[in-house]
Design a protein around this ligand. Sequence first.
Ligand code: HAM
Length: 419
Amino acid sequence: MSAPRSVKGMRDLLPPETAVWAAVEATARRVFSLYGFEEIRTPIVEETELFMRSVGESTDIVGKEMYTFEDKGGRSLTLRPESTAPVARAFVEHNLREQGLPLRLFYIGPQFRYERPQRGRYRQFHQIGAEVFGDPGPLSDVELLQMLLRFLDELGFEDLVVRLNTVGDRASRSAYAQSLREFLAPRAAELGEDSRRRLETNPLRILDTKLPRERRVLEDAPRLEEHLSDESREHFEMIVRMLAERGIEHQVDPGLVRGLDYYTRTVFEIASAELGAQDAILGGGRYDGLVADLGGPEVPALGFAIGEDRLIEVLPASNASRFVPAAPATVIAVGGVAPEDALRLAEELRGSGLAAVAELGAGAMKGALKRAGRRGSRYVLLLGDDELSSGAVTVKDFESGRQELMDRERVAGYLEERR
Ligand code: HAM
């Protein structure tokens, strides 16, 4: 019988990389809280209907990528493919408006999409996201981008590209969808199968095609700009102006439409040149109609979600290694000293906030040193009969190769200074 393996597209995250994940998440928590964001945790499973009504039935996510199943009570449930809809659901369900608007929430957790796995694309992936309810902007759009850039800056990112666009309010968008459909219908023969299908269901999605032939057809297509309402246009122009005033580099990309139906007005992505085709490390935008669509009040909202897997794949290497904590010191009992005494010394060190692992087996010194090396310990503390009777410890520094006999009380201070 073959050994069980993890499900295709779903990974185990192993040490030492998990330390990088924890540090990235701690950075997000710290930076987001500077802006007044508080954490929300929603269930991983939601009623399927939620995503159909929010993300949209004509999107790839709902149409092809959801993990949907029936539970024993006959309900159709889905592993969340994203978290904006669940957070908006919770906002309505718990009447969070009562907590005072604008309400700023963030989340960190796994999401599930049945996509073809490749570098930067998994079936279980992780997002760090934030949502703001109750601020019509445009200042809050800019503030959200500033928060993102501060977070990315703290992680050491430099060459990132902010791409943004406006998809207009709902009325502008449906007028535009109609004119795009009219333009493309007589040219349908030049479109691929996917785009021909989208022509019926969601013509805006054709705009982000990568096929050169379709890109050529689109060159003469009507532009969304021409259909924007004055409010939408002003909203977007203000954002672009404020970004420029703050020296935030950005590109306006009229082809950026994003694959979820709830967006209105601002949409944006931040990309890393290193990721190739799957280059967006995060995406977001405004969704002013979603809360009302889910049965809540008219509350404008906006947010983003960072793909944590992708973010970590392109994290500047020097920072990634900075996030991995130093390996623990190894305590070894030698000669006739019992491993119990090694454990006691390790506990003393832990009491002083120092990481230590005691060799608990009574095995040979050589094996113990080998394990210390594999563990990455810089310091090995040797506790022999002489040391034990005189209240001393031999401290071996693997980096300098030096060895020193010192009073037991001094050890913690010594390690502390060299941490
Ligand atoms: P999204 O663009 O679908 O937006 O996903 C956001 C990010 O999640 C992407 O930019 C990417 O980094 C990451 N991501 C998506 N799919 C995968 C995958 N299969 N494997 C690895 N990473 C992936 C949303 O999910 C919206 N809820 C964002 C949002 C929040 N808009 C407003 N508020």
